[in-house]
Ligand binder design. Structure first.
Ligand code: ZN
Length: 134
C-alpha cells in the first residue's frame, strides 16, 4: 500500500512509497484512510526539525490528524464496518508515570510517551492502518 514517510532529522526526505500492510500487532481494527491533516508539526518533520522513527528503523509514516472508515472491526470493541473513526495519537509511557497510569497521556510527566506519526510509532498517512478498538 502507499504511505507518506519521512526520515526524521533529514530535510527533504518526505516521499510517497510502498510499505507493507499494517500488522494485527498494531490493533485489531482495520481502517481505510479518508483524510489526513497536515499541520505545522508535519512541516517541521519534512524540514528535518522534528520527529523520531520507530526503534530500529530510519523512516516514519507521517500523519497524526486522521479520519478513517472501518473496513474490518475485528472480534471485539463494538465497532462495525463503515464506522468513521479518528486515531488517537499519543500512547502512554511504559513506566507509567502518575498521569499515564490514570489515562491522562497528554499530561505525561516523564516524556517517555510515544505518538503515532510523530514519535516512534507509524502515523496515519497510509492507505490503511490498524488501531486498538478502545
Ligand atoms: Zn507518562
Amino acid at each position: 500500500m502507499k504511505a507518506i514517510t519521512v526520515e526524521p532529522g533529514k530535510p527533504g526526505s518526505t516521499q510517497l512509497e510502498d510499505i507493507p500492510e499494517p500488522g494485527v500487532r498494531d490493533g485489531s481494527v482495520l481502517v481505510e484512510t479518508i483524510a489526513a491533516g497536515v499541520c505545522g508539526s508535519d512541516l517541521e518533520m519534512a524540514e528535518g526539525k522534528y520527529g523520531w522513527a520507530p526503534p530500529g528503523r530510519k523512516r516514519l509514516v507521517l500523519g497524526h490528524e486522521s479520519l478513517g472508515r472501518v473496513i474490518d472491526p475485528g472480534p471485539t470493541g463494538g465497532l462495525v464496518k463503515g464506522d468513521l473513526v479518528v486515531g488517537i495519537v499519543r500512547r502512554p509511557d511504559p513506566v507509567p508515570c502518575s498521569n499515564c497510569a490514570v489515562g491522562e497521556w497528554d499530561m505525561c510527566r516523564n516524556g517517555q510517551y510515544t505518538e503515532r506519526g510523530i514519535k516512534e510509532i507509524d502515523g496515519y498517512m497510509s492507505e490503511r492502518w490498524r488501531i486498538e478498538p478502545a
